[in-house]
Design a protein around this ligand. Structure first.
Ligand SMILES: NC(=O)c1ccc[n+]([C@@H]2O[C@H](COP(=O)([O-])OP(=O)(O)OC[C@H]3O[C@@H](n4cnc5c(N)ncnc54)[C@H](O)[C@@H]3O)[C@@H](O)[C@H]2O)c1
Length: 450
């Protein structure tokens, strides 16, 4: 079994560390955020991720997982040092590599024996060589090391399950033996392993995220067209997804992609492409559609209410997706901002993200105790994050709480007929309403075309 340091104890680092410990390795998770490390040492998790607390507590109790804020504790004598620090968007959309740079420098300064450095953070193409250069320059004496790119594909909300049951393991290195050593760590998972050169591995991550974001923007564009032409995008997506060449994943029309990965990774790929002389027009369209979908949502609300000024809007769901408390690039934040800008008063509820949201939202936002409290006195209720518990709400009770029963379903989770029967005025995403245009034959005889 291997000795491993994981640098960065956020969503990816903590899951990586806990899961590698679960596979029998001895793991030290490191973070420069001392408060976070002290919390972890007390068995308190700084993030919400289903199943992670059990894994952290049981592996810490078994002596396979510990936490430190000191590189000098974590790095000497480890076989592998995983870098899992953030790579947020920089000013021009590029990946901000300052955290990776600091981590690589610190590894270089603390290593006392040969180590395999594993780039788990999503790093731009060419970062493998860049990390190699930083470590070489930062070493006090020359100690051999290798760098392997090992992009992570887990999804927040199901991160533990995804890590322990991946579709594939991607490894890229100029040192094939180092890549094979990393592959052995994942051996128990019995997943397909793809070993490539380092730049190709780095690109696989960006291309995968960009493709998934493209699917989302594609179906959102179709949804907007459905709205105008009176088709139901939910059934369109079903009909498309049954074709195995298309696949049904990522075809849910809604409020677009958010979170800590897709937005910044599409931006970073667009940036890399354009500064290298390419014209990444598809990526640009993907981003533009993602922006437009939220503005269109606001427009539909405004149209239904006449004005947003002075209206009370309840927002159900703040996290960028269900089963996480992560608010990074969450559609809810932008929607709340746009609504307040037009004079609306906001009530919010989220099952997990209220704590983080209090720090980010203005003081005039009302933090409700549950979905029914959120709906109380509202002129409209906006479903923004499709938490399972919102699907099972007592809709009649919700209806009774509202001042005006407008329900705008940003994730198409409700059955339009059912909620309309209760009395709601229902607006979905790309779904025909009672006022949807009828298909009328034109004079030219092109029946069905508007
Ligand atoms: N979150 C996801 O779903 C996901 C999925 C796949 C890949 N990724 C990628 O993984 C990387 C990490 O993402 P995340 O969501 O876990 O980020 P995060 O912000 O949750 O965690 C990063 C952690 O690194 C720590 N850190 C920063 N600089 C450090 C340093 N020099 N030394 C030690 N610790 C340091 C921070 O304090 C923080 O706790 C990013 O590149 C991201 O793109 C994320």
């Amino acid at each position: 079994m291997a000795r491993i340091a994981v640098i960065g104890s956020g969503y990816v680092g903590l899951v990586t560390g806990a899961c590698l410990a679960e596979l029998g390795n001895t793991v030290t998770c490191l973070d420069i955020d001392r408060a976070r490390i002290e919390q972890l040492q007390r068995g308190v998790l700084p993030i919400f991720e289903p199943g992670l607390d059990e894994l952290v507590i049981s592996n810490a109790a078994a002596g396979r997982l510990c936490f430190t804020a000191e590189y000098a504790d974590a790095i000497p004598d480890v076989d592998f040092a995983f870098i899992a620090v953030g790579t947020p968007s920089g000013a021009s959309g590029e990946a901000d590599m300052s955290y990776c740079e600091a981590a690589a420098r610190s590894i270089a300064g603390a290593m006392t024996a040969p180590v395999t450095i594993v780039n788990k953070s999503t790093m731009p193409i060419g970062a493998g060589d860049w990390v190699t250069g930083i470590v070489k320059r930062g070493q006090r004496e020359s100690i051999p090391f290798s760098v392997v790119s090992n992009p992570e594909f887990l999804r927040e909300g199901s991160a533990v399950r995804d890590f322990l049951g991946p579709d594939r393991i991607v490894l890229g290195s100029s040192d094939r033996l180092a890549a094979v050593r990393v592959a052995e760590l994942y051996g128990p998972l019995k997943a397909p392993v793809l070993i490539t050169d380092i730049r190709t591995a780095e690109m696989i991550k960006y291309a995968s995220n960009a493709f998934l974001a493209t699917k989302i923007s594609f179906i959102n564009e179709i949804a907007a067209i459905c709205e105008e032409l009176g088709a139901d995008v939910k059934e369109v997506a079903l009909g498309m997804g049954l074709d195995v060449r298309i696949g049904k994943g990522f075809l849910d029309a809604g409020l677009g992609y958010g979170g800590s990965c897709f937005p910044k990774d599409v931006r970073a790929l667009e940036h890399m492409a354009s500064v290298h002389g390419c014209h990444p027009q598809l990526l640009r369209a993907v981003m533009e559609i993602n922006r437009d979908v939220r503005r269109r949502f606001i427009q539909r609300l405004r149209q239904a209410l006449g004005t947003l000024d002075g209206k009370v809007i309840g927002v159900l769901g703040l996290a960028f997706k269900p089963n996480t408390d992560d608010l990074r690039d969450a559609p809810a934040l932008e929607i709340i901002h746009l609504l307040r800008h037009e004079g609306a008063r906001i009530r919010v509820f989220d099952p997990a993200a209220m704590g983080h949201a209090r720090a980010q939202l203005p003081q005039d936002v009302y933090f409700a105790s549950d979905a029914y409290d959120c709906a109380a006195g509202c002129d409209a209720l906006a479903l923004v994050t499709e938490w399972a518990e919102f699907k099972d709400l007592d809709m009649a009770r919700l209806y009774a709480k509202m001042e005006w029963p407008l329900l705008i379903d940003g994730r198409n989770v409700y059955d339009p007929d059912e909620v309309r029967d209760i009395g709601f005025q229902y607006i979905g995403m790309g779904r025909p309403g009672p006022g949807a245009p009828l298909m009328a034959p034109t004079q030219a005889g092109s029946a069905g075309l508007r």
